[in-house]
Design a protein around this ligand. Structure first.
Ligand SMILES: Cc1cc2nc3c(=O)[nH]c(=O)nc-3n(C[C@H](O)[C@H](O)[C@H](O)COP(=O)(O)OP(=O)(O)OC[C@H]3O[C@@H](n4cnc5c(N)ncnc54)[C@H](O)[C@@H]3O)c2cc1C
Length: 564
C-alpha cells in the first residue's frame, strides 16, 4: 500500500521534503498544508523587493499549488492551517480558512516544518498599523505598499541581525532615511567586535543612522522612543529582533521540546514520536564545533534536513555531521560571511583559542578591482583545529568562507588550511590565497615564532605611551600615523636598529601587517626579544576605531584616518 505523507508548512523545509518524497516514491500520496496564501517562496530574497532589486513581488514566488500538482503530483493546500496533531490516531486536524471548515486527515508519516515567528515584544504602541515584521511575501508587500502609499521617508528598523540589516539596507537603497537600532554593542552577532566595525562604518558611509547599545521602548505616531530616552523619527517601524521557533503544534501534541526551545529531533530528524519528523527553523540542531545543541534559522540547513528526513522514511541513511552555521550577507559595497564560531563564542565556551586577522588583496594587486579582503580565522590552541572564520571585502568574501567552512566540516586544522591547494588566476585570487595566508600566520603564532597584538589593543597601547614602531615608508605616514608612533621604514630598519629600545616592548605595524611581520622577525633576528606585530596594522586599526570615535565623540588615536 502506498504511503500517505502529510507536510505542515509549504516553504523551505516543507516543500523540499515533499519534493524529495515524490522523487523517492511515485506512488506516495503527498499533501502539503500551508496556512498562508503562498507555498515555495524565496524568504531570503524578500528584503530585495524594498529596493526594487526584485521589482515585482510575484517574482518571489517560485512555484504555486497548480505547478506542484502538475510537476510533482503533490497536493499543496494553501490557507489550510493545521490546528492539532493526534499522534495516537496518526491524524491531524486542519482548518480551511477559505471554506471555514475543519477536516481531519490521516498520515503514515507527518513532517513538521512550521518555521519560526518574528519576536514581537509587548511594548507601548507596538500594535499600530505602521509597525511591521518581515517573514513572508504578504508581509513584504504590506510594508512596501505602506511605504509607497503613505510616502514614508523615515523608517526605524529595530534589530541588527541579518534580516534587520538587509531590510535597512534595501530601504536605504530606495532612498529612505533609515535608522537601524540594535540593543547589543554591535550588529550581526556572528562577527566579532573587531571585524564588524568595518560594517558599522559602511552603514554610516552610506548615510544610515546606526544606533547601538540601545533598545526600543515604545512606538509613537512619528517617532520611536528608545530605552535611553532618545527619540528617533519614524513614520514606519520594522521589527527584526529575532525569531522564535514555532513549536505550538508540537507542544500541544506532547512532542519533546529541546533545551534550546526548538523541537527535539534525533539524527534522522525524527521527533519523540517515531511517525513524526521535524525540520527547519522550528527544530534544534547539534553544532559540530560547539558540541552542543543550538538553533539555526538558515535556509540551507532546512533544505538538507528536509532531504534527510524524506530519505529516512525510505530507509536511506544519511551521515549526520551536525551544523557549523555558515552565512553571508551583502552590506552595501561589502560582502561579509562567517562560518563556525567566532572568538567571543569560543572564549565564552571556555575553548582555549587564538585568532589571526589578515588583510590581503582578494586578487593580484595590479588587476582591475583588486580590493583588500579582511579575514579573521579562529583556532583552538594547541591543536590548531579551525573553529571559525569571518571575511569582509568588496570581492569574494563568501568564497573564502566557503573554503574554510568545508575545512571545518571535515575537522581540519590550521596546518590543513595552510596546505590547501586552491585554484588561482590573477583575476580571481592570489597564488597564495588569503585563506592560505591566514593559516600561515596562524601556524607561526601557534608555533610561537612571533607574538602579535590585536587591533582592539591599539588604543590602550597608544594611550599608555607604548613604543610603537611604524615601518611604512615616509610617503605613507604623511596620510596619518598612530599618535606617538616612531616611523622607521622597513627599507631603513637594518641601518637604524640602534634607535630602537631593547629594554621595553616594541609594537610594530605597517599598513596591513605584512611588512611589520617581516620587521618583527628581522628585529627578533637582531636580538630584540620583546617585539610584537600589530595585526590588522594601520588599515585595520583605522577601521576598528572609526565607528566608536564618531558615535562616542572619542579622541582618535591617529593623526588622520586612512582607509586605503
Ligand atoms: C527576510 C528573511 C531573509 C532571510 N535570509 C536568509 C538568507 O539570506 N540565508 C539563509 O540561509 N536564510 C535566510 N532566511 C531564513 C530562511 O528563510 C529560513 O531558515 C527557512 O525558510 C526555514 O525554513 P522552514 O521551512 O523551517 O520555515 P519557513 O520557510 O518559514 O516555512 C514555514 C511555513 O510554515 C507555515 N506554517 C506554520 N504553521 C503552520 C500550520 N500550523 N499550518 C500550516 N502551515 C503552517 C508558515 O506559514 C510558513 O509559510 C531568511 C528569512 C527571512 C524571513
Amino acid at each position: 500500500m502506498s504511503k500517505r505523507v502529510l507536510v505542515i508548512g509549504g516553504v523551505a523545509g516543507g516543500a523540499s521534503t515533499a519534493a524529495r518524497v515524490r522523487r523517492l516514491d511515485e506512488q506516495a500520496e503527498i499533501i502539503m498544508f500551508e496556512k498562508g496564501p503562498h507555498v515555495s517562496f524565496s524568504n531570503c530574497s524578500l528584503p530585495y523587493h524594498l529596493s526594487g532589486i526584485v521589482e515585482k513581488s510575484e517574482k518571489l514566488l517560485m512555484m504555486d499549488p497548480v505547478q506542484f500538482k502538475k510537476k510533482y503530483n503533490i497536493e499543496a493546500r494553501v490557507f489550510h492551517e493545521v490546528v492539532s496533531i493526534q499522534k495516537e490516531e496518526k491524524t491531524i486536524t486542519v482548518y480551511d480558512h477559505a471554506t471555514k471548515q475543519t477536516i481531519v486527515e490521516a498520515y503514515d508519516h507527518l513532517v513538521l516544518s512550521p518555521g519560526a515567528n518574528p519576536i514581537v515584544p509587548k511594548l507601548e504602541g507596538i500594535e499600530q498599523p505602521h509597525v511591521f515584521t518581515v517573514r513572508n511575501v504578504v508581509d513584504i508587500e504590506r510594508l512596501q505598499q505602506y511605504v509607497t502609499q503613505e510616502n514614508v521617508q523615515n523608517i526605524a528598523v529595530i534589530g541588527g541581525g541579518f534580516i534587520g540589516v538587509e531590510v535597512a539596507e534595501n530601504l536605504r537603497l530606495a532612498g529612505k532615511n533609515v535608522s537601524l537600532i540594535e540593543f547589543a554593542p554591535q550588529i550581526l552577532a556572528p562577527f566579532d567586535d573587531d571585524m564588524v566595525q568595518i560594517l558599522h562604518k559602511e552603514l554610516l558611509d552610506k548615510g544610515m543612522q546606526l544606533i547601538t547599545n540601545d533598545g526600543l521602548a515604545s512606538v509613537e505616531q512619528q517617532t520611536v522612543t528608545l530605552q535611553s530616552g532618545k527619540r528617533v523619527r519614524a513614520d514606519a517601524v520594522v521589527l527584526a529582533i529575532g525569531v522564535r521557533p514555532d513549536t505550538t503544534l508540537a507542544e500541544k501534541a506532547g512532542l519533546k521540546i529541546g533545551e534550546t526551545g526548538g523541537i527535539a529531533v534525533n539524527q534522522n530528524y525524527v521527533t519523540s514520536d517515531p511517525n513524526i519528523y521535524a525540520v527547519g527553523d522550528a527544530i534544534e540542531v547539534y553544532h559540530q564545533v560547539m558540541r552542543r545543541y543550538t538553533r539555526l534559522a538558515l535556509a540551507g540547513p532546512a533544505q538538507k534536513q528536509a532531504r534527510a528526513a524524506a530519505d529516512h522514511m525510505y530507509g536511506i541513511t544519511n551521515r549526520h555531521r551536525g551544523v557549523i552555521g555558515s552565512s553571508s550577507i551583502q552590506v552595501f559595497d561589502y560582502a561579509a560571511a562567517t562560518t563556525g564560531i567566532n572568538e567571543k563564542v569560543a572564549r565564552d565556551l571556555g575553548i582555549p583559542c587564538d585568532s589571526v586577522y589578515v588583510i590581503a588583496p582578494d586578487k593580484v594587486g595590479l588587476m582591475p578591482n583588486s580590493q583588500p579582503l579582511h579575514l579573521k580565522v579562529v583556532f583552538e590552541v594547541p591543536t590548531g583545529r579551525v573553529l571559525g572564520a569571518q571575511a569582509i571585502g568588496k570581492g569574494n568574501a563568501d568564497k573564502r568562507i566557503d573554503v574554510i567552512a568545508t575545512l571545518i566540516s571535515f575537522g581540519g586544522t590550521i596546518e590543513d588550511l595552510k596546505d590547501l591547494e586552491l585554484s588561482y588566476s590573477p583575476m580571481y585570487s592570489t597564488a597564495k590565497d588569503v585563506v592560505n595566508m591566514a593559516a600561515l600566520v596562524a601556524s607561526n603564532v601557534l608555533a610561537g615564532r612571533f607574538e602579535q597584538v590585536h587591533v582592539s589593543e591599539a588604543r590602550s597601547l597608544v594611550e599608555s605611551g607604548a613604543y610603537i614602531l611604524d615601518v611604512r615608508e615616509a610617503g605613507e605616514v604623511k596620510n596619518g600615523m598612530l599618535k606617538g608612533a616612531i616611523n622607521i621604514p622597513l627599507s631603513e630598519l637594518r641601518e637604524r636598529l640602534d634607535e630602537i629600545p631593547k629594554d621595553e616592548p616594541v609594537y610594530v605595524h605597517c599598513r596591513s601587517a605584512q611588512r611589520s611581520y617581516n620587521a618583527t622577525v628581522a628585529l627578533q633576528g637582531a636580538g630584540f626579544t620583546r617585539v610584537k606585530n600589530m595585526s590588522g596594522s594601520y588599515l585595520g586599526i583605522c577601521l576598528y576605531e572609526y565607528y566608536r570615535d564618531v558615535t562616542e565623540q572619542r579622541e582618535p588615536i591617529m593623526t588622520k584616518y586612512n582607509f586605503k
